[in-house]
Design a protein around this ligand. Structure first.
Ligand code: FAD
Length: 434
């Protein structure tokens, strides 16, 4: 009998390590132990941000300020990425020394029991963190060669001359930046109109401007009804549009929670595994964290959720996690976009301060002239949210995230004198504009 069984070795590992350190008897079941660390480490955050990091150098080298040209050596880059992942996986595994690591697909058929192959393990608490997988719309004949998803794109040994990317969510936009930075002709297909529709109108507009600047062709109202791979090309059939022929199609149409773990009606499923504010499912003592509960598909959210659950099981009084104060971001190039807290898409009842980054000389050489910082407050000037389009916006938003956590108002937040020259200076100014 275990105290806790964690199913899925993604961000769940953070909870398992914490529980084991506190002396609980813990097991972690992972389908494929080579994937310990999950999508974030192997096929998501780390490899994608590593590729984007080097792509930025390739992009910047095209500036007329430089002579000659730089191009990415994908074989070397992918090998370096694999080495990094192998060493990080080893580090995670070594932290799991007091945990029973069980390889195989975990399935819950009845309360407090997990089947793996022909064995059944029992626990007082079960934490499901089975993550998500790429969603491939009907009609798209995925072959992992010419029609690929994020699972393959981070392992390409050679860049295609051109690519079509289907989907304008975080992964589609980031990968469009990656390819365009390396001189690949990118057509970005969107089923509907607009980009990041929940973002402030100004940010939506400037994100489109950035796509144009990067020579990424946004094709709106391009709904794929069929895509097949034929002798080294992909033929894409679209609703009400001419066919497109392309060497490669990257499908970024979202991710679906991995739910085959649940084989009991006692655990309710809607978009993902249904959970309450403490991530507890409809079955007592059975929790679901991370992508499989379909609340927020972000690694840092999954980590915060499993820590919250584990602390609760350990008997600590834990606060309800406010997922609206999790930083969300898309690492596009050269500027990324980040947001936190309340924005006008949640309520019209906000006051806003806007500063455009072209007010700062440094925006010229940081390719940030179209950048913008927006901070939202309530009527009492308490900071409640922000949206930023700027180089490394996910870093720049950190002081605002802390202002939210500390329930600061603009009077208090504006006391900080930021470094010059930096885009953090925009923060100083934005508080005075509300
Ligand atoms: C290309 C890409 C880029 C991303 N970039 C970022 C980023 O920059 N920042 C960010 O915060 N997020 C990013 N994400 C999202 C992030 O990777 C996920 O939100 C995060 O990995 C979710 O963690 P998880 O623990 O819920 O699931 P996962 O990481 O998916 O882990 C689930 C694990 O469970 C295992 N499993 C599944 N079913 C079973 C079963 N029945 N039994 C046993 N094991 C099972 C799987 O093998 C897997 O190892 C990115 C995702 C992608 C695809």
């Amino acid at each position: 009998m275990y105290d806790i069984i964690y199913i899925g070795g993604g961000l769940n590992y953070a909870g398992a390590i914490m529980a084991a350190k506190k002396g609980l008897k813990v097991a972690l079941i992972e389908k494929d132990m080579k994937q310990l660390g999950g999508v974030c480490l192997h096929k998501g955050c780390i490899p994608s941000k590593m590729l984007l990091h080097y792509a930025l150098t390739a992009h910047q080298s095209k500036n007329p300020m430089f002579e000659g040209s730089i191009s990415l050596n994908m074989k070397t880059l992918v090998a370096k990425k694999d080495k990094l992942i192998a060493s990080a996986t080893k580090a995670v595994t070594s932290q799991c020394k007091d945990i029973d690591l069980i390889e195989g697909e975990g399935i819950i058929k009845e309360a407090y029991k997990v089947s793996v192959k022909d064995r059944v393990y029992e626990a007082k608490h079960i934490v499901i963190g089975t993550g998500s997988s790429p969603y491939i719309p009907k009609g798209i004949d995925y072959d992992a060669q010419n029609i690929i998803t994020s699972d393959e794109v981070l392992n390409l040994q050679k860049l295609p001359k051109e690519i079509c990317i289907y989907g304008v969510g975080a992964i589609g936009l980031e990968m469009a930046s990656f390819f365009a930075s390396n001189g690949v002709k990118v057509r970005l297909l969107s089923r509907g109109e607009g980009l990041q529709k929940k973002a402030h109108a100004l940010i939506q507009k400037e994100m489109k401007t950035q796509l144009e600047y990067m020579d990424i062709h946004l094709l709106q109202n391009h709904n794929i009804i069929k895509a097949v791979s034929k002798s080294n090309e992909v033929i894409i059939s679209l609703e009400n549009q001419d066919d497109i022929h392309t060497p490669m199609l990257l499908v970024c149409s979202g991710r679906k929670p991995n739910l085959s773990v649940i084989q009991t009606k006692e655990i309710k499923i809607e978009k993902g595994i249904t959970t309450n504010e403490y991530f507890e499912s409809s079955l007592k003592d059975h929790y679901a964290i991370g992508d499989c509960n379909a609340k927020l598909q972000l690694a840092h959210a999954a980590r915060a959720e499993v820590i919250n659950v584990t602390q609760k099981i350990l008997g600590k009084r834990v606060p309800v996690l406010d997922l609206s104060t999790v930083v969300q971001f898309i690492h596009t190039l050269p500027m990324s976009v980040a947001s936190i807290g309340q924005t006008p898409s949640d309520t019209q009842d906000l006051c806003e301060g806007v500063v455009k980054l072209n007010a700062f000389s440094a925006s010229n050489f940081h390719e940030a002239k179209n950048g913008v910082m927006i901070v939202y407050t309530d009527k009492d000037k308490k900071i409640v949210g922000a949206e930023i389009l700027a180089p490394d916006a996910e870093e720049l938003i950190a002081p605002i995230a802390m202002a939210l956590a500390g329930e600061m108002d603009t009077g208090l937040a504006s006391k900080t004198i930021m470094a010059h020259p930096s885009f953090a200076e925009a923060l100083e100014r934005v508080y005075f504009r509300i």
